[in-house]
Design a protein around this ligand. Structure first.
Ligand SMILES: Cc1cc2nc3c(=O)[nH]c(=O)nc-3n(C[C@H](O)[C@H](O)[C@H](O)COP(=O)(O)O)c2cc1C
Length: 189
């Protein structure tokens, strides 16, 4: 599968078959992850592959929007050292991981890590040093047959600007996105 097909075809999968995942495919996905772009060439990432059902269950119990991690045969915990660009680096690696999984016929889903109150608990659960940041936990496995239709994305036309940002009718700014109006300062006398 070429890169464009993999990028176009990938979607989040939250329901998995019980079919085990070949270790070579897991390894290839992590190999793609470690090749991601990384600020200042730091490569702060580590990838902990968890297949133990008991540990997957513990991780799933912690994640408010990741209960299916208990059902997915593989969880990959993406950790980064606390560097300047750890979140960007770990996110780029996570995306590579998921696209490589898709290219090999696997489904995946990114479960939030950074900013979540359970992040430290997962870092501890997988035995990583306290200073590591949890960027994501990726569910991985062969998709179950009954997954919902692909999410509709904003169109290319809607997001692509040439030379300058252009406001289009199809892409109105909601009032919530506008900067707060400047409050006139009272002049002191
Ligand atoms: C930073 C980030 C955090 C996410 N956290 C979760 C999560 O906790 N649980 C979940 O089911 N999906 C999570 N997702 C997946 C998104 O919901 C999903 O990517 C989005 O709905 C777009 O769908 P698609 O992946 O099928 O294109 C997360 C994605 C990102 C990038």
């Amino acid at each position: 599968m070429d890169a464009m097909d993999a990028l176009r075809g990938r979607r989040s999968i939250r329901s998995y078959s019980t079919e085990p995942v070949e270790w070579e495919k897991v390894e290839a996905a992590v190999d793609a992850a470690r090749l991601a772009a990384t600020g200042r060439g730091v490569e702060p990432w580590e990838f902990v592959v968890v297949t133990d059902a008991r540990v997957r269950g513990q991780i799933a119990a912690l994640c408010d929007y990741g209960k299916y991690l208990a059902q997915a045969p593989v969880c990959i915990v993406v950790l980064c050292r606390d560097t300047k660009y750890y979140l960007e680096d770990g996110s780029a690696a996570t995306q590579n991981l998921m696209v490589a999984a898709f290219a090999q016929g696997l489904g995946s889903c990114w479960v939030a890590g950074d900013k979540k109150p359970y992040a430290k608990k997962i870092v501890r659960l997988v035995g990583a040093p306290e200073q590591y940041k949890l960027v994501s936990t990726v569910a991985l496995g062969y998709p179950a047959d009954n997954h919902p239709p692909r999410r509709v994305k904003r169109s290319l036309q809607d997001v692509l600007h040439r030379e300058k940002f252009s406001r289009r009718t199809g892409n109105p700014i909601s009032p919530a996105e506008l900067p707060a109006p400047a409050v006139a300062k009272k002049t002191e006398r």
